[in-house]
Write a protein that binds this ligand. Structure first.
Ligand code: HEC
Length: 157
């Protein structure tokens, strides 16, 4: 009986733990669904495949930026990106518009988080979610109004 006791505790807790997991999954699914519809605003440039247009619009699928440093990624969508950037060994030199609150598309932090969570798990990407709080933290760190350059982002680390 002594051996069985921790086991029965696990059994007793199982419905509770699994209900929590189901709830968390449902919240994540809702964020991804929202992000997928917001991605319509990125499609003209980055394409439905996420592959972009070589040398003009960089890919999001398999991109080391999308799947890399979360702060850099959040800053790019909040404030935009311009000047030379290398993605998957191809050089781009264009202008990515700003989507953040008070700028270009004037999106809430929640929308920025949702679209980024979507692109980080779409196509071949397998990176974790971005939360609204992460976006808020970066946005309120400075009153940045202009697009970043890749060199500036690298200096932030
Ligand atoms: C009008 C075209 C356009 C739209 C719309 C656009 N982008 Fe971009 N995006 C670009 C360009 C051009 C670059 C490269 C900028 C440069 O060369 O400095 C870029 C770069 C990026 C990068 C960094 C490089 C990479 O490929 O990983 C990310 C991430 C990104 N965009 C995400 C998005 C997301 C998410 C959306 C929608 C919310 C979006 N973009 C909407 C044109 C666009």
């Amino acid at each position: 009986m002594k051996i069985l006791r921790p086991f029965s505790l696990i059994i007793a807790l199982l419905p509770f733990v699994s209900a929590q997991i189901v709830r968390a999954d449902a919240a994540a699914d809702a964020q991804i669904a929202k992000g997928k519809s917001l991605y319509q605003n990125c499609i003209a440039c980055h394409q439905p495949t996420g592959l972009g247009v070589p040398t003009v619009f960089p890919p999001l699928a398999g991109s080391e930026v999308v799947n890399g440093n979360e702060e850099h990624l959040i800053r790019i969508v909040l404030h935009g990106l311009s000047g030379k950037v290398t993605v998957n060994k191809v050089i781009y030199n264009g202008n990515m518009p700003a989507f953040g609150q008070g700028l270009g598309f004037n999106w809430t932090d929640e929308k920025v988080a949702a679209v980024l969570t979507y692109v980080r798990q779409a196509w071949t990407n397998k990176s974790g979610p971005i939360t609204k709080d992460q976006v808020t933290a970066i946005r309120t760190k400075s009153d940045r109004k202009k697009a970043w350059t890749a060199t500036e982002l690298e200096a932030i680390k």
